[in-house]
Design a protein around this ligand. Structure first.
Ligand SMILES: Nc1ncnc2c1ncn2[C@@H]1O[C@H](COP(=O)(O)OP(=O)(O)OP(=O)(O)O)[C@@H](O)[C@H]1O
Ligand SMILES: [Mg+2]
Length: 279
C-alpha cells in the first residue's frame, strides 16, 4: 500500500532523508522510530506530497507520488506533527470544512461527522471552539479530521506527543480501531513503548537513514533479549544476551551498579547506532 524506493531529500548539501526504501502492506501499522532530526517528518512530507522528492520514488496505493499528487491526496489522510486545526472554529466546523474540501456530499458529511466524533469521544464537544480544547482532545480531533474522507492510508506524525499516559492510551485505542477497519497506517514516534505496543513492524531511522526494519520482537531477538546495563558511573557499554543465565553471569563479574532487564527498542537503537534516542 505504501512503497518507497530510494526516497531521498536534500536541503542544499544536507541529506535529510537518504535512500529510504521499504514497503507497507495493506492493514499494517508501520512505525518510523528515531531521534529528533532523523528525517521522519521530512519522509512523511514527501509521501504526502507536501515536500518535493529530490530523488527516488514513492507510491501510495499504486499511485506515483511525484507524477500524480492529486490522486495520492485523495487516498491519504494526514495528522501532521504541528497541530494545524482551525482554532477559531468548533470541532464540527473543522470536520465540515475538511469534508467540503474533499467534495463529500452534505448528507455524507453530516453522517460521517457524527460517526467520527462518537468514535473519538468528542461528540459532546462538537460545538466547542477548538482553542478551548485540551492537548489530548486536539490530537484526537486531528486524527478524526485526517480520516474524514475515508482514506486508505493514514499518516500520523507524532500523534501522542506531549500527552499524559492515560490520554496516550486512548489515542492508541483509536489507532488500533482504525487498523481494525483495514486502514494502512504509518506512524512516527520517538516514544519507544508506543512503537512496541502499536506497530506490526518498525523502521528505525537515524540521520536520514533506515538502520533497521523488522517486527519489534524480532529486532529485540536480533540484539539479544536480555540487556545488561551499567550505571553511568561504571561507564561500561550495554551488552545483550539471549540466555538469561549468561547475562546474569556477565553482570556478576562487573563492579558497581548493574541491571539485568529485558531489552527494549531503545536498547536496539543504541546497539545499532551507538547513540541514544533521548539525550
Ligand atoms: N525546510 C528545511 N530546510 C532545511 N533543513 C530542513 C528543513 N526541514 C527539515 N530540515 C532538516 O532535516 C532534518 C530532518 O528533519 P525532520 O523534521 O524530518 O526530523 P524528524 O525525524 O521529524 O525530527 P523530530 O523528531 O524532531 O520531529 C533535520 O536536520 C532538519 O533540520
Ligand atoms: Mg518530526
Amino acid at each position: 500500500m505504501i512503497r518507497l524506493d530510494h526516497l531521498t531529500k536534500r536541503f542544499d548539501h544536507f541529506l535529510a532523508v537518504d535512500r529510504l526504501s521499504f514497503e507497507v502492506p495493506q492493514g499494517e501499522v508501520f512505525g518510523l522510530l528515531g531521534p529528533n532530526g532523523a528525517g521522519k517528518t521530512t519522509s512523511i512530507r514527501m509521501l504526502t506530497t507536501l515536500a518535493s522528492i529530490t530523488s527516488g520514488q514513492a507510491e501510495i496505493a499504486g499511485i506515483d507520488v511525484s507524477r500524480n499528487p492529486i490522486g495520492v491526496k485523495r487516498v491519504i489522510g494526514l495528522a501532521p506533527q504541528g497541530l494545524n486545526l482551525e482554532i477559531e472554529l468548533t470541532a464540527e466546523e473543522n470536520l465540515e470544512f475538511h469534508g467540503r474540501l474533499h467534495r463529500m456530499s452534505r448528507h455524507d458529511r453530516r453522517a460521517r461527522i457524527r460517526e467520527l466524533l462518537e468514535f473519538s469521544e468528542l461528540w459532546e464537544k462538537r460545538n466547542v471552539q477548538v482553542q478551548k480544547f485540551s492537548g489530548g482532545m486536539k490530537r484526537r480531533l486531528l486524527i478524526t479530521r485526517a480520516i474524514m474522507h475515508r482514506p486508505k492510508v493514514l499518516f500520523l506524525d507524532e500523534p501522542t506527543v506531549g500527552l499524559d499516559p492515560q490520554i496516550r492510551r486512548r489515542v492508541w485505542d483509536m489507532i488500533l480501531g482504525l487498523k481494525a477497519q483495514g486502514i494502512t497506517i504509518l506512524v512516527t514516534t520517538h516514544y519507544i513503548e508506543e512503537a512496541d505496543f502499536l506497530c506490526d513492524r518498525v523502521g528505525i531511522m537515524n540521520r536520514g537513514r533506515l538502520v533497521a526494519l523488522d517486527k519489534p520482537q524480532s529486532l529485540k531477538n536480533t540484539t539479544g533479549i536480555y540487556a545488561v546495563i551499567c550505571s553511568r558511573m561504571n561507564g561500561c557499554p550495554p551488552r545483550f544476551f539471549n540466555d538469561r543465565d549468561e547475562a546474569v553471569r556477565y553482570a556478576s563479574e562487573l563492579e558497581g551498579d548493574v541491571t539485568v532487564r529485558q531489552t527494549n527498542l531503545e536498547d536496539v537503537f543504541i546497539a545499532l547506532t551507538g547513540e541514544a534516542i533521548h539525550d
